[in-house]
Design a protein around this ligand. Structure first.
Ligand code: GDP
Length: 659
């Protein structure tokens, strides 16, 4: 500024000098020129004055500052700011440094001082991050894990259980009347006068029959059902299998049965088109025997109803059978708790923004609730039921359109209500983060009923083969493989090429998919590639068996043998510059090597398990120390050792087990 000021001053002097020198000149324009020059000079001096003023005010401000700040105040100002730092389950060094507003290099240096070498993109566990945040003088706040929050919600739901309506999916072969059945059930309900005939398609609807409610998923077909399952969402309590009485059991009928069975969902059979002259319901029942669906009149326990969607014959009986099946399932949930649900479909609506159709699986969704759905979150702005009415609350099993989500959810996404906006925001941010780092945040969509998770000790198998003979032979051979801890389980064995449905089923059931002497269809191959499902092709049975055995072996936990190589007792704790805390120890048994697995034992309890980081003999690093020697030891990610702790170094050998 001063420099500038000088320059201006010189310029002004020059201008004044020129003005003086030129004052003797004659001519018409002289007066004008003079005027102009005077203006210039005035403008310049104005500028200079302004500068001088601003300089002075700067000086004054500085003086004032120094005068008013006491020594204590200056010291206070120099103190680092203590920040609240949120710590998720895993965080990169860069992000942690950002959240603390510290330089990443300082964090790396600090960790290096503890004997841990990290890069800026390395992910730190929450414990380590929490420790660092404290060391940097900030206040760590552990974020609750998504699963933990959900677990808490679930636990709070174990009281006040009341029955909830069943959620029903209609399946069956094309043209057997799925859509007709869904339509007629919906309109029967509407015609009863309750809702004035207005229906709105939101992908699901609810009917009421003698004070029993039933929710129907209004998208017939298998794709929706299996896709939802493949995504981990479990949204069906009862499958209604529609079979045309004049046509019989067809490929998609069989497929539906397999899907329902794989998902352990009970089936109610609707034998449709019984109004037709060539309808033969008895034939259908006989055909279904082969698929272990045994009608009550054949002394089985599968509910079968002979209906006509056209004449509406026995539709009430069908509804009663569904109610009965639901009673057997004893579907209960807590109506009062914070709601959870599953997204059925979702769209961006011009004017209304993102809209998600959700089926409530437990609790009650209320207007104003904060929620997370998949990676999105929001506040329930409006709830619209299947009749297009605005409502304030959506109880369990009801389908409802929700406005207020901050983006399009995906069908199959979960929907969880939280107490506060902050919780919802944090969880959705965590999920987005987990999603980035390759986790699968959507794996925990839940529904209490209807589906139980496959046990880890069963290997699900799907076999497609060329002829009945080979499929039987493979089945028999597989059933001979026995093991105490893992079992093979054939969930589908069929003849014909591998179809898209097989691939979807393999994904949903986490099954191995074997093609014996058959090829996958083009679509199936493509889907398998996209979904990363391996289709294993074989033409020799014992090779199939070898493969299955190897896959079963993969499910066995390996045998772990442990050998303790040495123990040391901590005698004293040192602080070494550049290294941090070092445990001054004496080896009391065997030997301890750097890099070895180690644990710290205090008063008989293991307080740390990890690795030996470095060993010092005198001032130098050593590879190992033996019985009787004294040394300094640092451990990986752990410095909380105390005098008299025991450090135990050990090695493990793991032997893979085979079936
Ligand atoms: P979807 O493909 O399984 O959804 O079958 P639709 O509901 O579209 O029905 C296929 C055809 O069967 C349509 O032409 C319906 O009118 C007819 N249909 C459905 N139910 C009945 C019934 O109970 N009786 C008769 N006669 N026809 C029916």
């Amino acid at each position: 500024i001063t420099n500038d000021y000088e320059k201006r001053k010189l310029a002004e002097q020059r201008a004044t000098r020129r003005l003086k020198g030129e004052s003797g000149e004659k001519g018409k324009s002289e007066g004008k020129k003079r005027e102009l020059k005077l203006t210039v000079s005035r403008a310049l001096s104005d500028q200079i004055e302004a500068r001088t003023r601003s300089l002075a005010s700067l000086k004054r401000a500085k003086l004032k500052e120094n005068r008013e700040l006491t020594k204590e105040e200056i010291q206070e100002n120099l103190k680092p700011v203590k920040r609240d730092v949120n710590i998720p389950e895993a965080i990169t060094v860069r992000e942690l440094a950002n959240r603390m507003a510290e330089q990443s290099s300082n964090v790396i240096k600090f960790l290096f001082g503890m004997g841990v070498t990290v890069t800026i993109n390395q992910t730190l566990a929450a414990d380590t991050a929490e420790y660092l945040v404290k060391e940097f003088g900030h206040n760590p706040i552990r974020e609750t894990k998504a699963e933990e929050i959900i677990q808490k919600i679930k636990e709070s739901r174990s009281e006040n259980l009341k029955n909830r309506p069943p959620i029903v999916t209609v399946m069956g072969h094309v043209d057997h009347g799925k859509t007709s059945v869904l339509d007629v059930l919906r309109s029967a309900n509407v015609v009863s006068g309750e809702f004035g005939g207005i229906t709105q398609h939101i992908g699901a609807y609810q009917i009421e029959h003698e004070s029993n409610k039933i929710t129907f998923i209004d998208t017939p077909g298998h794709a929706a059902f299996t896709e939802m399952r493949a995504r981990g969402s479990k949204l069906t309590d009862v499958v209604v299998l529609v079979v045309a009485a004049d046509d019989g059991v067809k490929p998609q009928t069989i497929e539906s049965i397999k899907h329902a069975k794989a998902a352990k969902v009970p089936i109610v059979v609707a034998i449709n088109k019984c109004d037709l002259p060539d309808a033969d319901p008895q034939k259908i029942k006989n055909q279904l025997l082969e698929y272990e669906l045994i009608a009550e009149d054949l002394s089985g326990d599968t509910l079968m109803v002979e209906i006509s969607a056209k004449t509406k014959k026995n539709l009430d009986k069908l509804v009663e059978s569904i109610v009965l099946q639901a009673e057997i399932l004893d579907l209960k949930t807590d109506y009062e708790s914070k709601a959870t649900g599953i997204v059925l479909e979702s769209k961006i609506d011009t004017g209304r923004g993102a809209v998600a159709t959700v089926i409530v699986t437990s609790g009650t969704i209320k207007k104003g609730d904060f929620f997370v759905s998949g990676l999105k979150w929001g506040k329930v702005r409006a709830l619209i039921n299947d009749k297009g009415q605005n409502i304030d609350e959506a109880p369990p099993s009801s389908p409802v359109e929700i406005l207020g989500i901050n983006g399009a959810a995906k069908s199959g996404d979960d929907f969880i209500v939280f107490d506060t906006e902050k919780e919802a925001k944090t969880l959705s941010a965590n999920r987005a983060e987990e999603n980035k780092t390759g986790g699968n945040p959507l794996a925990f969509a839940t529904q209490d009923s209807a589906f139980t998770d496959k046990s880890a000790t069963e290997l699900n198998i799907i076999i497609k083969s060329d002829v009945h003979g080979s499929s039987e032979a493979i089945k028999n051979a597989i059933s001979q493989i026995t093991h105490d801890e893992v079992k093979p389980k054939i969930i589908l064995s069929d003849i014909g090429m591998v179809t898209e449905t097989d691939v979807t089923l393999a994904k949903a059931s986490n099954a191995v998919l074997i093609a014996f002497n058959v090829k996958p269809s083009k679509e199936a191959k493509k889907l398998a590639e996209n979904e990363k499902i391996k289709i294993s092709s074989y033409n020799i049975i014992y090779e199939v068996l070898d493969y299955i055995k190897s896959r079963m072996s993969g499910l066995l936990a390996p045998d772990i043998q442990e050998t303790i190589s040495g123990t040391a007792q901590i005698l004293e704790i040192f602080k070494v510059s550049g290294t941090g805390k070092v445990a001054g120890s004496k080896v009391t048994e065997g030997e301890i090597a750097s890099g070895a697995n180690a644990r710290v034992i205090r008063d008989g309890a293991i307080i740390y398990t990890g690795k030996i980081s470095t060993i010092f003999r005198e001032k130098d690093q050593a590879k190992q120390v033996s019985n009787g020697q004294e040394c300094g030891i640092t451990l990986k990610d752990f410095i909380d050792f105390q005098k008299n702790d025991i450090i135990e170094a050990y090695s493990t050998t793991s032997t893979e087990r085979t079936v």
